[in-house]
Design a protein around this ligand. Sequence first.
Ligand code: DX5
Ligand code: ZN
Length: 222
Amino acid sequence: MARKKVLIAPSILSADFSRMREEIERIKNADMIHCDVMDGMFVPNLSFGPKMVADIRPHTRLPLDVHLMIEKPQRYIEAFAEAGADFITVHYEACGEELSNVLDAIRRLGKKSGAVINPKTPVSVLQKSLSRCDIILLMSVNPGFGGQSFIDPVLDKLREARKMIDDSGLDILLEIDGGINAKYAPLAVEAGADVLVAGNYLFTSDDIDAAMESMRKHAGAA
Ligand code: DX5
Ligand code: ZN
């Protein structure tokens, strides 16, 4: 079987914000950069807004994957599009019946659109909006903080989402976010993930390149 390409997306939530430019340099061999936006309402934490994305933009050519953990995300998609996001992902739990409309609005801004679900939300809620998605993100921790442990039953959800995407014949990336490390990277890829977000694991490692390479290697072998 052909080796599957696995994309690594370090989460800058775990970076040192006072040295962000150097941190961006440290992850130059990643495939995309995951930017966690939190509003203190949808999740019990605050992170950063569009200015961080705009400030990073000139310092990397990597796609910026903006994960909006905010209420009524439609209020801010234009701001993040202008700031230089490439992917903008919004939570089903924050959009409800508006999800398809919000995804369409992201595409109208010329950006890749994505839907995110929390660990307890079933994959089936995404079926209706599938044709509007360029990426689907499954949370493997409850959103709000880096450094949490992977919730094992999400591996079954990954398999289910993989099947839903494959059955649809649509070109949609499957991303997993939360608690990814050397142990869970291969398990997630084996279950069907294309994109691995990793915050704590990568930013606490002395050699980020080696850590990313081992994630790719082990994942490819799965
Ligand atoms: C959690 C964020 C994640 C987080 C991942 O709310 O959406 O992207 O930063 O960090 P780790 O890999 O440390 O779980
Ligand atoms: Zn995230």
